[in-house]
Design a protein around this ligand. Sequence first.
Ligand code: FAD
Ligand code: SF4
Length: 304
Amino acid sequence: MLPFPNFAYEAPDRLEDALAIAAAPGTRIVAGGTDLLPSIKHRLFTPATLLSLRRLEELATITETADGGLAIGAMATLRAIRRSPLVLERYPALAEACRTIGTGTIQAMGTLGGNVMLDTRCLFYNQPAGWRASIGGCLKAEGNICHVAPKGKGCYAAHSADSIPSLWLYGASIELASPSGTRQVTIADLYDEDGRTWVKTQPGEILTRILLPAPSAPVVHRKLRLRNAIDYGMLLVAVQRDGVGARAVLSAIGPQPILVQVAAAGDLAEASYKAAKPLGTHAIASVWRKQMVRVEVKRALAAL
Ligand SMILES: Cc1cc2nc3c(=O)[nH]c(=O)nc-3n(C[C@H](O)[C@H](O)[C@H](O)COP(=O)(O)OP(=O)(O)OC[C@H]3O[C@@H](n4cnc5c(N)ncnc54)[C@H](O)[C@@H]3O)c2cc1C
Ligand code: SF4
């Protein structure tokens, strides 16, 4: 069993106390811990203080908003979301995305906030410290070369959070709180093009709510993975019709989810295939994953 390094642990029951702790250097926020705690054991993060949000009950609610949308607290669990009658009725693709994350126990602990903020993933990075040391680390941790693209200066670790393609097409935003106030960022603007920095939030900001406007058009979510349980997606696709046109958000193929938009729905699968450039961050061949973009987009359109 891999031991934890030493760190201080705080679990305040008032948001203003949490914001003060989050602002201190060396603090890392933990929600359900399903991704962060294994990463700490792998020494990918060595926080001075772990700030748990589990006692902030106001962050775990799912409520209707005045405009016919929903406000989902960052600490709402994946299980609560996939079972929520409001989510099932208005945003079924989000419920479906949560249903296919990890396992039932992970969905019981893991939160939507943690999913939105999820670190990017790579075959050469999500490994125990000894494994990484054996290859000299990489640009994202402890090293000075990328094993996926050795001539490149960037990191291509894949954005792999299942909720994001459907949240993007539903027009979702997030609310971020800090001691100086709150601000909103759309899901479409949230992610960075480098897998080392992945999310454009400021240090110390706490994600408090995910805001969904009233649904405009149906969305279909599809996930391609090795086994139909536990595994992360090697390709995530969400699709929406837009009048005679259509749009897709593709993820798990690069550091940022990407939007593909076409004027005629019949062109969406080919345009998505051309836009997708998966690299060797996954154990499965990139060539096949690219081919599957076309297939999965066609399947999603057929399901729509
Ligand atoms: C076996 C296994 C399989 C998995 N499969 C999948 C999968 O198929 N798809 C998938 O998307 N995920 C998968 N996961 C990852 C994870 O379980 C989910 O992404 C989950 O939603 C993460 O939520 P959490 O609350 O546990 O986040 P945590 O692990 O607590 O945190 C994740 C990250 O978000 C940050 N964070 C969390 N909450 C906040 C907040 N409110 N404000 C600011 N920062 C915050 C943390 O600092 C951390 O960097 C899997 C994990 C395991 C162990
Ligand atoms: S893409 Fe390259 S730099 Fe990024 S985690 Fe993988 S090997 Fe490391």
